[in-house]
Design a protein around this ligand. Structure first.
Ligand code: HEC
Length: 142
């Protein structure tokens, strides 16, 4: 009887942990998708104001995604495409987020000057910072 109760308690605890990790990865994925949408808006923008709005959103999300509470250790199970290599190389992973934040901040500042062509030039640099992290820390689509 005691053992049964303990087993139930342990199973309950485990499923709570799993559910938490899954919802975290859903939060991450949601943010990444919004970032992707705003990248598209900038690439198709025909005026500087639209680009500036999207650049501001990008920068906000880049900061949000960098917070460590979204990346607790080994939250790479379930539906996530986050590789476990992230937690073996945390300083490098963080450095890649820092590069992203610098690129989005730069983009935001340039977009605020109101020149669409310059904004789109700065925008191209961002794509590289996305790819440099995905190559190492994101697994292929399931
Ligand atoms: C520091 C690393 C890092 C950077 C920088 C980064 N990503 Fe990601 N990205 C990831 C990881 C890890 C995942 C997988 C997250 C998960 O599934 O839990 C991911 C997932 C995604 C997804 C997939 C969401 C889905 O539908 O499953 C998109 C889209 C995406 N990123 C877009 C971007 C864009 C656009 C940028 C640049 C503006 C970017 N990412 C920058 C690490 C990064």
């Amino acid at each position: 009887m005691k053992i049964t109760i303990i087993t139930v308690l342990i199973l309950g605890l485990l499923s709570t942990i799993t559910a938490r990790a899954e919802s975290l990865s859903n939060d991450r994925i949601e943010l990444f998708r919004t970032m992707g949408k705003n990248m598209k808006i900038i690439s198709q923008a025909d005026n500087a104001k639209t680009a500036l709005m999207a650049a501001k959103t990008l920068d906000k999300i880049a900061n949000k995604l960098s917070t460590s509470s979204l990346w607790p250790i080994n939250s790479g199970d379930g539906n996530t495409r986050a590789k476990n290599e992230i937690w073996d190389n945390l300083p490098d992973f963080r450095a890649k987020f820092k590069n992203l934040r610098e690129a989005t901040k730069n983009l935001k500042e340039i977009a605020a000057l109101g020149n669409l062509k310059n904004t789109q030039n700065a925008f191209r640099k961002i794509g590289r910072t996305c790819g440099s992290c995905h190559r190492v820390y994101r697994s292929p689509k399931k």
